[in-house]
Design a protein around this ligand. Structure first.
Ligand code: 13P
Length: 260
């Protein structure tokens, strides 16, 4: 079974000191060793260092970033590179989030360059894809997911694709309190796995983790993870509170039968 992955995407929330206090408390309350599940928090860039300082080398919590630029250094005002993130202890980086696509005009060609740069520097990219409500309503969800996946990974070797985690985040479910049903998420994950098999291979498709994101809560996480198609979650709002993060962690750990 693929190791479950729970990622807290804090978006533009928490100052460096608030983030450090959160990480300290979370470290004390999360289970010590977890073999069946990985936990990641992705604070804003400005809080990566303070959180990194709090997390001990053996911490069950890993660090992720919410975006990065594809060049290593140079005249790119406002940008942050993969080597900079690595130096702050990041293991993961979220790429192609729908908020970056819709609010900042990010498109598949730049997402593809970012994935390539992340892999080159040993960061694990979490590629976000998902359909809008209009696209779901007009029946084009499968086409949209397949196209986003193909465009973002075109020209990649199978080995490179094996290093990518995919997050299915339907735009209409993000921050709305209206999660996809488990059935809707499972159907989308199957589509994504089929597209991965076509782009890479069946073996790579079955080894790739696909997370669900969009209004995940302590209440619905168990149902979502009851399917072996759903390998974890990319969580916004519910990961901003230690209490709900810890509850989600307990549910996931129990679901993967490793105890808390
Ligand atoms: P919410 O969990 O707040 O809906 O956010 C989901 C998300 O966008 C995670 O990347």
């Amino acid at each position: 079974m693929r190791t479950a992955l729970i990622v807290g995407n804090w978006k533009m929330n928490k100052t460096a000191s608030e983030a450090a206090a959160f990480a300290r408390e979370l470290s004390q309350r999360l289970p010590g060793t977890s073999t069946g599940v990985e936990f990641v928090i992705a604070p804003p860039f400005t809080a990566l260092e303070s959180v990194h300082r709090v997390l001990s080398p053996g911490s069950p919590i890993q660090l992720g970033a919410q975006d990065m630029f594809w060049e290593d250094h140079g005249a790119y005002t406002g940008e942050v590179s993969a080597p900079m993130l690595k130096d702050l202890g990041c293991r993961y980086v979220i790429l192609g989030h729908s908020e970056r696509r819709t609010l900042f005009g990010e498109q598949s060609d730049s997402i593809q360059k970012k994935i390539r740069a992340a892999l080159k520097h040993g960061l694990r990219p979490i590629l976000c894809i998902g359909e809008s409500l209009a696209q779901r309503d007009n029946g084009s969800t499968d086409d949209v997911l397949t196209q986003q996946l193909r465009e973002s990974l075109s020209g990649f070797t199978g080995d490179a694709i094996a290093g990518v985690t995919v997050a299915y985040e339907p735009i209409w479910a993000i921050g709305t309190g209206k999660s996809a049903t488990t059935e809707q998420a499972v159907a989308a994950h199957r589509t994504i796995r089929r597209a991965l098999a076509a782009t890479a291979s069946a073996a790579i498709a079955s080894g790739t983790r696909i997370l669900y994101g969009g209004s995940v809560t302590p209440q619905n996480i168990e149902s979502l993870l009851s399917s072996d198609q759903i390998d974890g979650a990319l969580i916004g709002g519910a990961c901003l509170h230690v209490e709900s993060f810890v509850t989600i962690a307990a549910v996931v750990s129990a679901a993967r039968s490793i105890g808390v």
